[in-house]
Design a binder for this molecule. Structure first.
Ligand code: SDX
Length: 429
């Protein structure tokens, strides 16, 4: 295969280098295009633009393949734990037993929030969205750990990483507790990462809390499935903010905001709201699918479609299986799962969805399982954020270590040409 591409502009031929990735992906290097030709490339929404070389996550959207640092998502979901996967993403490889102990111990040490940070939660209305509260508290961490904010100092970065990973479940649990008006529980560091989170989320100071191992395992799997997804919207946001050398807390807070939107991580909440409204309005699955196809109707089949996966999202397959399994083990029957399965069956055999290659994505079934596990709908997207945190960190770190230049796309200006200022009394209505 050739390693250069030829581009002809105004009769002159320019050679451009083709970069090939370790899995055979190819990209045309256009870094010198403007200097050589005066042209830029135009790609709104970056549908066809590679923003970096990365050795973290590989996706083959046509074949439905997802791997973190070479390990298939199916194996990680079945055999690993979230903390192990977090280590893999952040530290480049799976930990040895000693490294794992050291990592868990470091995280245990940082699970508490500064007492003054607890007061920040009280400043928010009870109905504040947990994503808004979590982003604000993560941003506020940068005001408490000012001595560790230099992205180029490895020791400071490691301190910030450990604090952020350790405190994130506490922040999410408190953002939920605040909405209920219930007391915040201090972390119990005898428990593992997920069990500790579940206790802070659902426990009260008056009663002992027993962690259901089925729930603990299911949450581990869900977090693993969300842990990274190369250059998605929130991760690209984290990288772009980080490219200005903003600190890790500030960059992560930006990522949380980007994830919140219903076209991205917020879709897990929207899916449940969609399923509930179908049930409440007594619509048939077919009626809703017809609405989602209608360009004059704003309804979309939430949890369907993906920029990269054009065949199936391997995470959706794993989550569907886990949902069947967990619902069975917990003895939960849910009308919502029935509606979701019916919607998927109809959409997957409908010409509109087939021709546009729209399949269930990670968010389609995750809300159903989160709901069955007792996670409140408003907190679904914070669960996604908790899972995605190691991915954001790994990607931010990769960018900083490689000293990538500040991200700064260009544009093609299509506004008015130069015109002279007109004073206000001479302007026409
Ligand atoms: C995540 O990028 C990642 O990796 C994200 C993620 C991660 O792990 O980080 O995987 C997590 O964000 C999953 C996606 C969650 N969002 C949703 O489920 C919301 C519903 N889906 C969409 O809005 C949409 O499919 C996107 C945002 C996911 C993808 O958008 P694209 O790539 O810009 O595709 P598009 O909107 O241009 O759609 C192409 C066509 C259009 O029709 P035409 O104009 O060509 O006729 O498909 C249609 C769209 O109208 N379409 C849908 C649809 N999704 C796309 N029609 C009905 N229902 C849908 N869900």
């Amino acid at each position: 295969m050739t390693d250069t591409a030829k581009l002809e502009i105004d009769g002159k031929v320019h050679e451009l280098k083709i970069i090939t990735g370790s899995e055979g992906e190819r990209g045309i290097d256009i870094a010198s295009l403007r200097a050589d030709t005066g042209c830029i490339t135009l790609d709104p929404a970056y549908k066809n633009t590679g923003s970096c070389l990365s050795n973290i996550t590989f996706i083959d959207g046509e074949k439905g393949i997802l791997r973190y640092r070479g390990y298939p998502i199916e194996q990680l979901a079945e055999q690993s734990s979230f903390l192990e996967v977090a280590y893999l993403l952040i530290h480049d490889d799976l930990p040895t037993r000693d490294q794992y102990e050291e990592w868990s111990e470091a995280l245990r040490y940082h699970t508490m929030l500064h007492e003054d940070l607890r007061a920040l939660f009280a400043a928010f209305p009870k109905n504040a969205h947990p994503m808004a509260v979590s982003a604000a508290v993560v941003s506020a961490l940068s005001t408490f750990y000012t001595e560790d904010l230099d992205p180029t100092d490895e020791r400071q970065v490691m301190n910030s990483i450990e604090r952020l990973v350790a405190k994130f479940p506490t922040i999410i649990a408190y953002s939920h507790k605040h909405s209920l008006g219930q007391p915040f529980l201090y972390p119990d560091n005898r428990l593992g990462y997920v069990a500790n989170f579940l206790r802070m989320m659902f426990g009260t100071p008056c009663e002992e809390f027993h962690v259901d191992p089925v729930v603990e395992r299911a949450i581990n799997v869900l977090l693993i499935l969300h842990a990274d997804h190369e250059q998605n919207c929130s991760t690209s946001t984290v990288r772009l903010v980080g490219s200005s050398r903003a600190n890790l807390f500030a960059s992560t807070a930006a990522g949380i905001h980007a994830l919140w939107g219903p076209r991205h991580g917020g879709a897990n909440q929207s899916v449940i709201e969609m399923l509930e409204s179908i049930a409440d309005e007594g619509l048939s699955a077919r009626q809703f699918v017809d609405r989602a196809k209608d360009k004059n109707d704003t309804s979309r089949l939430m949890g369907f479609g993906h920029r990269v996966y054009r065949n199936f999202d391997p995470r959706a397959t794993i989550i569907k299986k886990a949902a069947d399994d967990v619902l069975g083990k917990l003895g939960v029957t849910t009308k919502l799962l029935e509606i979701a399965v019916e919607l998927a069956e109809i959409a997957l055999s409908d010409e509109y969805f087939i021709s546009r290659k729209l399949y269930p994505n990670v968010d389609f079934y995750s809300g159903i399982i989160f709901k069955a596990l007792g996670i409140p709908v408003a907190s679904f997207t914070t669960m996604f954020a908790m899972g995605r945190l190691p991915g954001w960190i790994a990607q931010w770190r990769e960018l900083v270590i490689e000293d990538q230049a500040i991200g700064r796309p260009r544009q093609i200006y299509v506004g008015p040409s130069m015109r002279d200022f007109v004073s206000i009394d001479q302007r026409k209505a």
